[in-house]
Design a binder for this molecule. Structure first.
Ligand code: FAD
Length: 439
């Protein structure tokens, strides 16, 4: 993917001029996202032939922040923009880019990631969902799990085994898979927070056309690695948030026909969030510092030390982002930086959980599972931020798992960056069908 490094002020001036001319809160989300997506500002880090502007990741984060600061609705956030679009831009044909990426950047279609299975998570290449050729189509049977946003997805990034008789990494294919079809059943999983954002997906004789293969047949591992690299980078510290705004893309979520201005960060709270980090410039410790000042716990020196550590970790994430940019400008890369920033985000989440619960004290044992409950809790405790603190604390278990667990990130750094020996294993040469289960 060609990346253009341009002076940030140039980019922001160009964006501001474009927003002044084009932002209209009375457009529907669909109309606004069409303008934003086709202009290249929804996904500016994609190359120009894929509805982007070929900008660096750092400039992309800055663009998101500036759209929020301007007060306009951000890009149609989600796994389509974060993962599917860059994968298809890298491995797909121009026809596929025009078919799929266009609908992602304009918010028309929402995507989910159909990678993990009950027996294949860290060992993703051990997946057993199979796709068998039937004329111009493939018939898909299998089960996926932990599918974020599966309940509102129009399409899925499906990894399926298309050849069992070759080593496991060589028999996998990456498909753009239609979710709305007979043979696809999405079952929600209720999580600790009380929400159900993740799902099990069952595919029974579902169908996918051969021209929906991204990359080549049986070469899906290469495309999957592109998806995973973008996942790590997007989830790591110092990254963006995939676009500001509570409106979700796609035909199921129900936002396309609603007024864009309804979701723009024009409220005081939205502007504050944009300034305090969601735009990529602030530091996540700020909210906790304010909370601790508000209830007097800031007087505790060990809590202050913890807050300083949180502030520092966020700053390191931001500065590492700048280092990556500087190295890229010089034509170099920092090996393992995606893995390191994902590990750092896990650390930030754990610390956020622990500090948040210390600041709110025993009230941290109360959690509201519904909007109605939250109102009652707010009134009873007089603390409108309590729900956010407990939600973050309960959710903190997830980031060290999704996108590759902490242990897997360390393995990658050890083996691919430090050159340490791999676990002895013959799965690179033995056909998948001959491997013991879960090997
Ligand atoms: C909130 C959430 C959202 C998710 N969203 C999605 C999604 O949208 N799409 C999707 O496809 N998947 C998704 N996942 C799945 C996620 O990618 C997997 O959970 C993750 O890869 C771990 O796989 P597993 O759960 O099967 O655990 P396992 O692989 O069974 O791991 C269990 C434990 O063993 C450790 N372990 C495993 N192998 C090794 C090794 N070689 N060396 C050292 N330690 C090891 C792991 O670190 C972990 O602690 C999501 C998961 C969560 C929790």
């Amino acid at each position: 993917m060609a990346v253009t490094e341009r002076a940030t002020t140039d980019v922001i001036d160009e964006l501001t001029a474009w927003l002044e001319e084009n932002w209209d809160p009375d457009l529907t989300c669909a109309e606004w996202w069409e303008r934003l997506g086709l202009s290249g500002w929804a996904a500016p880090t994609l190359p120009e032939n894929a509805y982007g502007k070929g900008l660096s990741r750092n400039d992309g984060v800055r663009v998101q922040g500036e759209i929020a600061r301007f007060g306009a609705l951000g890009a149609p956030a989600g796994l389509g923009l974060l993962l599917a679009a860059p994968t298809i831009a890298t491995h797909g044909s121009q026809e596929q880019i025009d078919k799929y990426v266009k609908d992602i950047v304009t918010g028309q279609q929402a995507w989910c990631q159909l990678f993990s299975e009950p027996g294949a998570g860290s060992d993703l290449a051990g997946l057993t969902t199979k796709a068998v050729r039937d004329g111009d189509e493939f018939i898909v049977n299998g089960q996926k799990v932990w599918t974020s946003g599966g309940q509102i997805a129009d399409l899925g990034m499906l990894l399926a085994r298309t050849n069992f008789d070759v080593p496991k990494h060589q028999g996998i294919t990456w498909f753009a898979f239609e979710m709305h079809q007979p043979g696809v059943e999405v079952r929600p999983l209720r999580e600790l927070t009380g929400r159900a954002m993740f799902n099990e997906v069952f595919m029974s004789d579902a169908r996918v056309p051969a021209d929906a293969i991204i990359g080549d047949l049986n070469n899906g591992w290469a495309a999957a690695n592109t998806t995973l690299a973008h996942e790590r980078a997007g989830l790591g510290s110092g990254g963006g948030d995939g676009g500001y705004g509570a409106a979700m893309p796609g035909t199921v979520a129900g936002f396309l026909g609603r007024r864009a201005g309804e979701f723009a960060p024009k409220s005081e709270a939205g502007q504050a969030a944009a300034k305090s980090g969601r735009g990529g410039r602030g530091n996540g410790a700020k909210l906790f510092i304010d909370l601790a000042k508000g209830n007097g716990t800031i007087a505790d020196p060990s809590l202050r030390q913890g807050l300083m550590k949180l502030y520092t970790l966020n700053e390191i994430g931001r500065i590492n982002g700048l280092r990556v940019k500087a190295e890229k400008e010089a034509g170099r890369e920092i090996p393992g930086m995606g893995n390191i920033s994902k590990l750092s985000m896990s650390e930030i989440m754990r610390l956020t959980r622990d500090l948040g619960l210390r600041i709110v004290g025993p009230a941290g044992m109360l959690h509201a599972y519904t909007g109605e409950d939250r109102k009652v809790l707010d009134e009873a405790t007089g603390n409108p931020f309590l729900g956010m603190v407990t939600e973050m604390a309960l959710f903190a278990q997830a980031p060290p798992i999704y996108g590759g667990t902490d242990q897997v990130q360390r393995n990658i750094i050890g083996e691919r960056v430090l050159g340490l020996p791999k676990e002895p294993n013959d799965d690179k040469v033995r056909p998948f069908s001959e491997l013991p289960k879960n090997a």
